[in-house]
Design a protein around this ligand. Structure first.
Ligand SMILES: [Zn+2]
Length: 211
């Protein structure tokens, strides 16, 4: 699943993973877990993430590769969220998955102006990663409805960091869209609007590609 930060990839991938009963592999979630556990890799990742930078390819590719060889993904398939982000990552992914290539690449398309507003108002549970916003807060103060964790504004959701990430996305991820289009794998889905309507559009797109 490709798309700008704030396009709703996390929310939609969670819903799709339930609908199709396949694992949702989020590199963002895997990284945040490593940061929280304070592993050596987590501390390294934290430096890049706080600065709004992308992680070096060798680090992130290693993490993804370890995950893709597990039984659940090999047997059931998977939804990959947050990776690849660059052309060289896409090429590495094609090598890693040569035995079981990707079926489809979805570009969840939401205009930059819309994601800027969404990201600036986003609030996230530090424990389970559930998404809230200033407009749709948790029911009781800034305490997560699902797990009771603290709901905060992520350090990398400041306006400056958001603008940097979107600029990096335009420069590095946009060429991926063309690369996948040339390989006949790409489907663009309109990600603007009501969450349920976007989920329905995604399911239709994926079903039509599977037929
Ligand atoms: Zn939570």
């Amino acid at each position: 699943m490709l798309g700008r930060q704030g396009a709703g990839k996390g929310t939609q991938c969670t819903r799709l993973s339930r609908h199709f009963v396949v694992p949702h592999i989020s590199t963002g979630d895997m990284l945040r877990a490593a940061v929280k556990e304070g592993t050596e890799f987590g501390r390294k990742a934290q430096e890049y993430m706080s600065a709004g930078e992308l992680l070096p390819d060798d680090v992130i590719i290693g993490v993804v590769e370890e995950r893709l060889v597990k039984d659940d993904t090999r047997n059931r398939g998977y939804i990959l969220d947050g990776f690849p982000r660059t052309l060289s990552q896409a090429q590495s992914l094609a090598e890693i998955t040569a035995g079981q290539p990707l079926d489809l690449v979805v570009d969840l398309d939401v205009p930059t102006e819309v994601v800027l507003v969404r990201l600036a108002s986003r609030r996230v549970c530090v424990d389970c990663g559930a998404n809230y916003s200033v407009q749709v807060p948790p029911k009781h103060g800034w305490t997560c409805d699902h797990c009771g964790g603290d709901v905060i504004q992520r350090a990398d959701d400041t306006e400056d960091a958001i603008k940097r990430r979107l600029a990096i996305y335009e420069a590095e991820t946009a060429p991926l869209i063309q690369w996948y289009e040339e390989r006949g794998l790409l489907m663009v889905v309109d990600g603007d609007g009501d969450t349920d309507a976007v989920t329905a559009r995604l399911i239709r797109a994926i079903d039509s590609a599977r037929r």
